[in-house]
Design a protein around this ligand. Sequence first.
Ligand SMILES: CC(=O)N[C@H]1[C@@H](OP(=O)(O)OP(=O)(O)OC[C@H]2O[C@@H](n3ccc(=O)[nH]c3=O)[C@H](O)[C@@H]2O)O[C@H](CO)[C@@H](O)[C@@H]1O
Length: 357
Amino acid sequence: MANAQIKLLIAASGTGGHLFPAIALAEKLPDYQIQWLGVPNRLETQLVPQQYSLTTIAVEGFQQGLSFSSLRIFLKLAGSILTVRRILKQGKFQGVFTTGGYIAGPTVIAARSLGLPVIFHESNALPGKVTCFFGPWCTAVALGFDVAAKYLPRAKNVCVGTPVRSQFLEIEAPNTLDLPIPDGVPLIVVFGGSQGAVAVNKLVRQAAPAWFAAGAYIVHLTGDKDPDFASLEHPQYIKLPFYDNMAALLRRANLAISRSGAGSLTELAVCGTPAILIPYPFAAEDHQTYNAQVFTKAGAAIAFKQSALTSEILQNQVLQLLQSPTELAKMGERAKAIAVPDSADKLASLVREVLET
Ligand SMILES: CC(=O)N[C@H]1[C@@H](OP(=O)(O)OP(=O)(O)OC[C@H]2O[C@@H](n3ccc(=O)[nH]c3=O)[C@H](O)[C@@H]2O)O[C@H](CO)[C@@H](O)[C@@H]1O
């Protein structure tokens, strides 16, 4: 089969953690015809259309328990399945790739009911409900962390790591940081996933004066929903709602303070950045705690439960680490040991194996 004729539907929607791995995969398949399936008003409407044609459908997740609302969502799901079936048939697609989430349900059902292969990527250490339910029906389930396999005993699992954006694989990235950080000063980078983390932001602002006094600079990526965005000003403090050049920033950072979404962790590993992790306490099935455990067990990060963390504890932990560059370097090395820098290649090989043989 000539590759030019292979048509792949990518169903990836919502946050950076779902979109960036799918974009990284798509970039490794330049000979494929790729169409994107997403949801209106989510991040894909900003990130995808520059490169790929995007079709959006309305999907929602089920709430706990049965109610009129779940009946409405069930009818919507049935409608979405029919819509995706029509897209797949009309477009003559040969297969589907998805990174999970709400959009994966109707997409997997539609594709499998038409006999089409599905490759599902699950980036978290604890697979989501959608992955556990639909994984066994998929042709292959690609995993970000190998510990996830034990939760998917009936799926055809292949551990490939999680693909990162191409900027993380460019050797020149360390020199492209366009922020005024002097050479040689300790740099702390704070970020809370693709949407920011207001609770972490608050703790960091309270703890920051002692870090400034210790000579550290802070780049604080707050997200765009922080009501106190403007409340801290300091010559050693740079605040931004969002920053694109994460590879250069994480490589320059001496320490990161972060949520433990799979995308963020994968990038910390690829950059060898030591981290303090504060898992998002309301993430589905507390999966960010499981992600963080992969890094704490490896000695690559220190994790705190948000409910037990005060600004004093955070302040002292950071000061202690800043005074121990050797320990920070060791943590960075251990983070690098977890990384799978060629993950996008591995995932692309898996897609090709499924669709071309
Ligand atoms: C709240 C929640 O449930 N989040 C989930 C969501 O990811 P979510 O997108 O929230 O978080 P991730 O850590 O996976 O990804 C964040 C991404 O945003 C990027 N970034 C962030 C800030 C910034 O200024 N610039 C920037 O580029 C990071 O570099 C990273 O690539 O899906 C992931 C994959 O299933 C899960 O592991 C996360 O737990």
